[in-house]
Design a protein around this ligand. Structure first.
Ligand SMILES: [Ca+2]
Ligand SMILES: [Ca+2]
Length: 121
């Protein structure tokens, strides 16, 4: 009786551990939407791994603000990520396709230095 109970408990624990490991693996593989201050992925760098509807409190690794200050992006996720002009995800937008990069946003609808909201689909 005691042993059977112990085996059951072990099985349940094992299932939980594998579920957690599985989630961690997929989160790592999910990548990020990388934002760069300048064209060609130069200048400050910052990234988000989920929707962020207000970039006003995000800062590049060089201390400069991200809001209205992004010129190129890399999408290393398997998700479509919409890049919006305004906080709250309104205005002009450009869609970043999974596993693509754009070295210059000035020729896209979002334009240069206007990004304020990132939405993962
Ligand atoms: Ca934010
Ligand atoms: Ca903006």
């Amino acid at each position: 009786m005691w042993k059977i109970h112990g085996v059951k408990a072990f099985v349940v624990t094992g299932a939980v551990i594998s579920a957690v490991v599985g989630a961690g693996t997929s989160a790592q593989a999910a990548g990020a939407l990388h934002m760069y201050e300048k064209n060609n992925f130069k200048g400050g760098h910052e990234y988000v791994t989920r929707t962020d509807k207000d970039l006003r409190n995000n800062y590049y690794d060089n201390g400069k603000k991200v809001d209205n200050n992004t010129s190129s992006v890399k999408n290393t996720t398997s998700r479509y990520v919409d890049l919006w002009q305004n906080v709250g995800c309104t205005g002009a937008h450009t869609t970043s396709y999974p596993h693509t990069q754009d070295k210059k946003l000035s020729n896209d609808a979002i334009k240069d230095n206007r990004l304020s909201c990132v939405k993962f689909r």
